[in-house]
Ligand binder design. Structure first.
Ligand code: SAM
Ligand code: SF4
Length: 331
């Protein structure tokens, strides 16, 4: 049954981090040395994730996104996709991935019932990709994107985090790609989560606002027109260049928060329910599940999370703080 929280928001979307591990170390997400991986016993088994998603679906969750860490580094993730795809009530099942291993997995994921993917890509320049991700190779992402298209995992959205002095000189290049390619590029304002080197005390200076990005694009390529929201809805506002095949979206957690329409909950890989990305409030689902809690008890805990969901984040009032880095929460 649909749940409305105490701030009149309908909660319909669950983001599930399937692992805290990753094959990259993006500068805004993880420290260079990585983070100590949680032991396997701390990480929810696929059956445990499925049980939580089933309980959430009974509470009106219709949309599920698998994320990480990097979801494709967890062996057998297509098995989890299959379990969730078969659940009554889930009508949108997607994944956020860095795309590096997507070529190998795209077909199996589509066969298992995944609907679509978001691919994170912050630069179109090979050497810059290596320095931003510290470990990645750009051609792998393009191969992954191509494989996803072939497998029908569309519409594909491209997530581009923009950081001042790092890649803000490429926003026009990204926008230009949308003219001839069906790219749905979404520019994301960088958020201060955890301590990972680039995004720390001076984080406000790193943020390039959506307005700045839009101005830069329009100065070179002309005015953007409003575009229809593409599948999945979410907080992005979409535009397109005249006659372009693709779209350009803006996600503005910093300059214009979208908390009043936030419809989401998050589940960390170690089984903690996080009602808000930017609040450290968490509800432990793993312990009760392992002590034998039944579906109704898990539903009650999820409801507690929904009722306690903060009205908004407070990035504008206070310094960043999180006991987890972004890769542990899943974005
Ligand atoms: N590894 C996958 C990937 O990179 O797509 C999924 C996990 S990643 C944490 C999910 C999303 O969070 C990515 O699109 C990434 O760019 C974004 N992200 C990570 N750190 C961020 C930050 N500090 N501010 C804004 N977005 C961030
Ligand atoms: Fe890994 Fe994704 Fe974080 Fe990059 S953004 S370090 S790919 S989890």
């Amino acid at each position: 049954m649909t749940q409305v929280d105490t701030h009149s928001r309908t909660i319909s979307y669950l983001r599930v981090s399937v692992t805290d591990r990753c094959n990259l170390r993006c500068v805004y997400c993880m420290p260079p040395e990585g983070i100590p991986w949680r032991p396997h016993t701390d990480i929810l088994r696929y059956e445990e994730i499925a049980e939580i998603v089933r309980a959430a679906a009974e509470l009106g969750i219709t949309k599920v996104r698998l994320t990480g860490g990097e979801p494709l580094v967890r062996p057998g993730v297509a098995e989890l996709v299959k379990m969730i795809a078969a659940m009554p009530g889930i009508d949108d099942l997607s994944m956020t991935t860095n795309g590096v291993a997507l070529k190998r997995h795209a077909h199996a994921l589509a066969q298992a019932g995944l609907h679509r993917v978001n691919i994170s890509l912050d630069t179109l320049r090979p050497s810059r990709y290596e320095s931003i991700t510290r470990l990645g190779h750009l051609e792998k992402v393009f191969e992954g994107m191509h494989a996803a298209q072939e497998a029908g995992l569309s519409p594909i959205k491209i997530n581009t985090v923009v950081i001042r002095g790092l890649n803000d000189d490429e926003v026009v290049d990204f926008a230009r790609q949308t003219v001839d390619l069906e790219w749905n590029v979404r520019f994301i304002e960088v958020m201060p989560i955890g301590q990972c080197g680039v995004v720390d005390e001076g984080w406000r200076d790193e943020v390039v606002t959506a307005q700045e990005i839009r101005d830069q694009i329009e100065r070179v390529l002309g005015p953007l027109e409003p575009a229809k929201v593409i599948t999945g809805g979410g907080p992005a506002r979409y535009y397109r260049l005249p006659d372009a095949k693709g779209t350009i979206g803006f996600i503005t957690p910093v300059s214009e928060h979208f908390c009043t329409s936030c419809n989401r909950l998050r589940l960390t890989a170690d089984g903690q329910l996080r009602p808000c990305l930017l609040s450290d409030q968490e509800i432990d689902l793993r312990t009760p599940l392992r002590l034998g809690a039944d579906r109704a008890q898990i539903r009650a805990l999820i409801l507690e999370g929904i009722r306690g969901k903060p009205d908004r984040h407070h990035l504008s009032d206070c310094a960043p703080s999180s006991k987890r880095v972004m890769s542990e929460i899943g974005g």
